[in-house]
Design a binder for this molecule. Sequence first.
Ligand SMILES: Cc1cc2nc3c(=O)[nH]c(=O)nc-3n(C[C@H](O)[C@H](O)[C@H](O)COP(=O)(O)OP(=O)(O)OC[C@H]3O[C@@H](n4cnc5c(N)ncnc54)[C@H](O)[C@@H]3O)c2cc1C
Length: 401
Amino acid sequence: MNSWSNWAGNVVATPATIAVPDSLDALRRAVATAAEAGHRLRVAGSGHSFMPICATDGTLIDLERLAGVESVDPDTGDATIWAGTKIHAIGEPLFRAGRALANQGDIDRQALAGAVSTGTHGTGRGFGSFASMVRSMEIVGPTGDLVTIDAGDGDDLRAASLSIGMLGVVSRLRIATIPAFKLHERSTPMEFDACQEIYPEVESANRHAEFWWIPPLDMCVLKTLTLTDEEPRGGGPDPEFPPGTIERYIKPEKIDWSYIVYPTARNQRFVECEYTLPLEDGPAAMRAIREMMRSDFPNVTWAVEYRTVPGETAMLSPTLRQECATISVHHPVDEAWESFMMASDALFRSLGGRSHWGKMHWLGREEVDALYPEAEAFRTFRRRYDPDGVFLNDHLEPLFS
Ligand SMILES: Cc1cc2nc3c(=O)[nH]c(=O)nc-3n(C[C@H](O)[C@H](O)[C@H](O)COP(=O)(O)OP(=O)(O)OC[C@H]3O[C@@H](n4cnc5c(N)ncnc54)[C@H](O)[C@@H]3O)c2cc1C
């Protein structure tokens, strides 16, 4: 029997078939074969989502063999990249072409199409999520047909870029890049109140800023990344200190090319809930989660991450046309995490937050409609691209059918 589980291990599936196509034609055949067999079909990237958005008992597609940076357009800088390419395999080839991704998240283990499909983001209001970098995408539809969607196609790209894999199997993406750049990473410990007070100013003055609140110490670590022309220095191995310690978040000062500086190591398995709130509501929400954790969950040691992100245009984007703050809570997956995650989800939702699609949430269809103003518009596109629901699963069907 086939089996699949996500990175955290909280989602397991037993697909009838696992297909690992090694060419575009093989992918198209695998999709057509699945549809003919009456299978539903999902794609797994790196399985770093905490929600059951890859799970299927039909056909699971693994695109690890459809990987690599195919080309970089010397005029526009746009890079054509196979969907299964891991983010950590993109930095070097882009760098050789003098280019870089404008922003990245905490880690670089995800597959490009997985990061795009869930709106994976870093921090910094000037630079959006992976979904926002998509100039065009090639997808394989439910009969194995091939469609290219680009920015000139009306609202199609706004539906397809952040679609949790519901419009088809993404095979290739054209991604916007910018000239290669170096970053200077600094992190500073400080009291919670001081960090709250200083963050808006620091965040406005630096290319990227974020902070971590460490519950057992009631301390924060404020991290900034700024542009620099200085020679690379610092860095080296990035040991992973235990959660709840300040050393885990205070990194040695470092200067290097962006794709080397952005990612951090995350080896201890956890689950995470992240909600996005309008920028001005972020500080109050941060105080609310801190209060709840101190009163109801005093034993949770894992830090809470606070980032700021730009408004975006993808229909399902949690930051739809609005600058936002994102707040993420974490819990080791091998200890009981449900009550803390559910309480965090309920709190953020009561404050009007929108969930990250790859992270823990308990949204039903009504909540999706209340929180995501273009959810129904997205469903119209989904029905057009996949009328028989081949790309749905038991988790997505009630929300988006
Ligand atoms: C340690 C860790 C750190 C993280 N850090 C961040 C962070 O800093 N910022 C952030 O925003 N998120 C973060 N996340 C969440 C993570 O980036 C997202 O959940 C992302 O989707 C994972 O990428 P993946 O390749 O593992 O995708 P998967 O989880 O494998 O898939 C995600 C979705 O994309 C679909 N999909 C994948 N490939 C294709 C394809 N070719 N065609 C169609 N659909 C496809 C899948 O079916 C699924 O619906 C983190 C997660 C972990 C575990």
